[in-house]
Design a protein around this ligand. Structure first.
Ligand code: SF4
Length: 338
């Protein structure tokens, strides 16, 4: 965790339970057919509500379904079943391109890879201004002015407009991606591992930029990341995904320092400390084995094959995500707590 970042103060964390959600998924499911007889269960029944101006961090190993959730939430993937409610409106199961354009203005995504997510044949001005050309009635001159303004806001320069992506470093390219997503002034942004492809030295700069823009624009965010320390610093709440389901959710600091679900405990124990001194003294734990295949998932708890606390009931009955007794704002899907 870069040291320039600081944890959110308690006063900064909103009473999310009281707010009407801006974005909500209800039993959101996304399956991909694999050949004739098999199905990839990328997402299975994910229900999650995100309040206005809230940042929810989504963590889990590769293959847990985090990116699929973000993409399905904003309509980049069709839903297999379930609902997404955005600002009180139920979004369609799949989009007609015209409807998608209408929503795209309000829901944007910042992608993981600043190297492949920018078209190498377009100039920076064309990339950042593309959304305005599609979604606004601005003239060419107005678009150029807004692009120059946004390049300045993300720490670049209006003079960069005529250049191409390959002329920039990874951190600068991610800033271009951020300007492209935010120039439309969306209400909701999915940040899909926005820093994992960057050098550690520039990760904090990009996160601080997002934090500043979030504060000035009142953005609501789903922040997807591997790095739990980073997610704790930037998020109000943290949700933990395992094999297409949410297994734990709660205030970010509470989940990080007092994990309840056995998977969250191990995930946090295996998260390396950025401070080498702290890392030397860390009581590290490692998750045994690989995350199982999401093809034709077995009944029971999905973590049963790797869980050190597995019981007989875990292999036959799927645990529901339920509020923890006597612990405000925490939900856990585990038979140890049901
Ligand atoms: Fe482990 Fe059982 Fe809880 Fe699953 S339900 S996490 S297998 S104890």
């Amino acid at each position: 965790m870069p040291k320039v970042l600081r944890a959110r103060r308690v006063s900064e964390v909103k009473d999310t339970a009281a707010a009407q959600p801006l974005v909500e998924s209800r039993a959101l499911t996304k399956h991909f057919p694999l050949g004739r007889h098999q199905t990839v269960h990328a997402l299975d029944g994910v229900s999650l509500a995100i309040a206005p101006k809230e940042i929810v961090g989504l963590v889990g190993e590769s293959g847990s379904g985090k990116s699929t959730y973000g993409k399905t939430l904003i309509g980049l993937h069709d839903k297999t079943s379930g609902e997404v409610i955005f600002d009180g409106e139920r979004l369609p199961q799949s989009y007609h391109p015209k409807d998608f354009q209408r929503h795209a203005r309000r829901m944007q995504m910042i992608f993981q890879d600043p190297y492949s997510s920018l078209n190498p044949r377009m100039t920076v001005g064309e990339i950042v201004g593309e959304g305005l050309r599609l979604h606004s009635k601005d003239t060419g001159r107005q678009i150029r002015d807004r692009v120059a303004d946004w390049l300045e806001r993300v720490g670049l320069s209006g003079d960069h407009m005529a250049r191409y992506p390959h002329e920039f470093s990874g951190g600068q390219r991610q800033r271009i991606g951020i300007a492209r997503a935010l120039i439309l002034e969306p209400d909701f942004v999915v940040c899909d591992e926005p820093i994992s492809a960057l050098d550690v030295s520039v990760q904090a700069q990009v996160v601080n930029l997002l934090d500043t823009l979030k504060a000035s624009m009142g953005l609501t965010m789903l922040f997807i990341a591997h790095d739990l320390s980073m997610v704790r610093y930037v998020s109000d709440r943290m949700a933990v995904m395992y094999l297409g389901t949410v297994v734990e959710i709660g205030p970010a600091n509470d989940v990080f320092f007092e994990p309840k679900h056995p998977y969250t405990e191990i995930l946090i124990g295996s998260n390396p400390e950025p401070d080498p001194e702290a890392e030397r003294h860390r009581d590290s734990t490692h998750i045994r084995g690989e995350i199982p295949s999401p093809v034709n998932v077995k009944p029971g708890c999905r973590f049963a094959s790797r869980c050190p606390k597995v019981m007989d009931v875990c292999r036959t009955t799927t645990p529901e995500l339920l509020p923890l007794k006597n612990v405000s704002g925490r939900e856990v899907a585990c038979h140890l707590f049901s």
